[in-house]
Design a binder for this molecule. Structure first.
Ligand SMILES: [Zn+2]
Length: 353
């Protein structure tokens, strides 16, 4: 009897439950794919950033490796030949395969020379310097050395710390920046200029496939950054560092052609001859980075140190503290910002024919 009475009320209950289930399923089927899509987009972005960083590394490692295989002179020639040879121009997509050998070789070299930091610079790789156990002793007796500390890829959340450290040691450096919008970035560009450092350019987008797509694309990106920085700081930037260096093999345009264009525009470009190793992807400690840099200082009269000003490179800032503490105490070492008075030739990877 009781069963019978309860039946009519149980049916709407079940219908209600079914309706709720259908609604819940609808929500799940609509919301879940949306969340999944958002997560995937974020992941793609991260992968793209990683890819950019790796392209930087490949270009840098290749740059450091090539001269090591031959004498400095023939290497420079080889490099020029390679860069102007249209057949060597590869699309970014081919880059990974084409450049595979270089990073592995270089990483092996790095691992094998914990203290032999000199091995990664062009100059140090010259036959007379390779394997010289006395290199470290010899460099202390070297003549005056002009050191140019350069920071690529900023501004970032680490720029402020870098500027604080430079101020603490009363040292001027050079920042090769990208185009970043917003009040925080704008204030950092201004701080760089106001505190007496050189504001250099490193492309607006830092997207290899865009800036190296054609000469026109390169010029468009360059002018966009130059105008932007001038608008914010009132300073007309005249120094440039190519993303990946002038010897990168990512560009579909002849790098010599782009270098010539910069010259026409009265813009000086420079590469580096001391790579701190902070873009190698091996996450070297601050101590290891500082040791690499300090090990190379004194080998050449003009030394341009490549470092990165990026949010994920705090080790670089810690390394900078060690480097500044050491270098500012060394006689015969002068730390300078990049200026048109400097000797550019030793630190331009492209050698004009
Ligand atoms: Zn860069």
């Amino acid at each position: 009897m009781q069963n019978r009475e309860s039946e009519p009320s149980a049916r709407p209950e079940r219908v209600k439950w079914l309706k709720r289930m259908i609604l819940a399923l609808l929500v799940i089927f609509m919301v879940l794919p949306m969340i999944a899509s958002i997560l995937m987009l974020i992941h793609i972005r991260q992968l793209n950033d990683q890819l950019d960083a790796m392209k930087d590394q490949v270009a840098m490692l290749q740059q450091n490796r090539e001269p090591g295989e031959a004498g400095a002179k023939s290497a420079a020639k080889e490099q020029t030949g390679l860069l102007t040879d249209p057949s060597s121009e590869t699309l970014p997509a081919d880059k990974g395969d084409a450049g595979n050998d270089a990073p592995e070789t270089m990483l092996a070299d790095f691992e094998g020379s914990e203290s032999g930091n000199g091995a990664i610079t062009q100059q140090a790789a010259a036959p007379e310097a390779v394997g010289s156990a006395n290199a470290a002793d010899e460099k202390t007796t070297a003549k005056t050395c002009k050191v140019y500390l350069t920071f690529d890829d900023g501004p970032s959340s680490n720029t402020g710390r870098i500027l604080d450290l430079l101020a603490e040691y009363d040292v001027k450096a050079t920042f090769f920046v990208n185009g970043r919008e917003g009040p925080i970035s704008e204030s950092l560009y201004k701080r760089i200029v106001d505190e007496g450092h050189t504001l250099g350019m490193h492309s607006y987008t830092h997207k290899y496939d865009e800036i190296y797509e054609s000469k026109q694309a390169f010029i468009k990106d360059l002018e966009r950054l130059q105008d932007y920085l001038y608008e914010i700081t009132g300073v007309w930037p005249r120094f440039y560092r190519f993303p990946g260096g002038s010897s990168n093999e990512v560009s579909t345009v002849s790098m010599q052609e782009l270098a010539d264009y910069l010259k026409e525009q009265d813009i000086y470009y420079l590469d580096w001859n001391v790579a701190s190793g902070d873009a190698m992807g091996t996450n070297l400690s601050a101590g290891a980075l500082a040791q690499r840099v300090l090990g190379m200082i004194g080998e050449e009269e003009t030394q341009v140190v490549l470092m990165h000003d990026a949010a994920d490179k705090s080790a670089t800032v810690d390394a900078l503290a060690i480097i500044l503490e050491d270098l500012t105490k060394q006689d015969g070492v002068e730390i300078l910002p990049v200026s048109e008075d400097m000797d550019f030739t030793p630190v331009q990877h492209l050698k004009s024919q």
